[in-house]
Design a binder for this molecule. Structure first.
Ligand code: ARG
Length: 289
């Protein structure tokens, strides 16, 4: 994670930021981030990357890159406003012992914000259409010999995959189908049988319920309706709400504020571990030294 020291809405690169330039409260953002951090620290080992002045969106570490085994595919940010973050994230990954792969300049790729592992060892679900290029998905397949299932995003409010799609640790998926084109909706339906699909309402989707951090059976999110909470609880999950509305003003919530470096649900560290590998506990993200 990355502390919100320099967080603000300084520009508009997604619809949530419109009308919110400089509208976020620094104090509330700090309190909300601290509460999320404290919640995650109960179940995970959380590492921090130093915030950088002039990179207000660096708090959204899901966009730092995507980790696979001992490597990280670094983000190639679509917009100039965020491109300066890449070198800081790269420096952190290298110091932490990861090998770093870089997409060519013409292949935008926004990391875990647009790439989520099916929790049951299935494909990597990857979004495209707003921030991440389809070509970058093929590049991940070539690099890592993995299967990438591409999903096309069509609603600008859900510009990253992690805003509208969440593979859950028990093999279910929670998502907002209207954010995808028809072919992509079909791929999800082919992969997940009906009883495994949790379709969320527009209201839950716009509260960023799909932007969830999964820690075993605990699901940490900004807000959830009573109906969705009941559904998730009936599936054995413990739902933890932690308000993150100051970050919604920039178009992000719980999952966007986190990058996953290892996961109990999907341990993709089959071969080499990074030099300074952590213990076996879940490691969420990255800390300056
Ligand atoms: N303001 C940031 C942007 O538009 C928010 C990023 C949210 N991150 C995410 N993984 N969805 O890039």
């Amino acid at each position: 994670m990355c502390a919100p020291t320099y967080y603000d809405v300084d520009y508009v690169i997604n619809p949530w930021m419109e009308g919110n330039v400089h509208a976020a409260s620094k104090r509330r953002a700090g309190e909300q981030w601290n509460a999320l951090y404290a919640e995650l620290c109960k179940r995970a080992s959380v590492r921090l990357v130093d915030p950088v002045q002039g990179s207000p969106d660096m708090v959204f570490t899901a966009n730092a890159g995507l980790k696979f085994e001992g490597e990280v595919a670094l983000s190639r940010f679509q917009f100039a406003e965020r491109q300066g973050e890449a070198e800081w994230f790269e420096r952190w990954f290298r110091r932490a012992g990861f090998r770093v792969r870089e997409m060519p300049p013409e292949m935008p790729f926004e990391g875990e914000g647009d790439a989520l592992w099916a929790m049951d060892g299935g494909p990597l679900w990857a979004g495209w259409g707003f921030r991440t290029s389809l070509e970058s998905h093929r590049r991940l397949e070539e690099w890592w010999g993995i299967e990438v299932s591409s999903l096309r995003l069509v609603d600008p409010r859900f510009y990253h995959l992690d805003t509208c799609f969440a593979p859950l640790p028990n093999g279910d998926v929670m998502y907002f189908p209207a954010a995808f084109d028809q072919v992509s909706r079909q791929s999800v339906e082919v992969y997940y049988p009906q009883q495994r699909r949790i379709i969320v309402s527009e209201e839950d989707a716009t509260s960023f319920c799909c932007n969830v951090v999964c820690l075993g059976d605990e699901l940490v999110m900004n807000h959830v309706s009573i109906e969705l909470r009941r559904d998730l609880e009936s599936r054995g999950f413990v739902v933890c709400e932690t308000p993150l509305d100051e970050f919604l003003k920039a178009g992000g919530a719980a999952k966007c504020l986190v990058m996953t470096l290892s996961s109990a649900a999907r341990e993709n560290t089959k071969t080499e571990k990074p030099e300074k590998a952590e213990d076996d506990r879940q490691v969420l993200s990255a800390c300056a030294d």
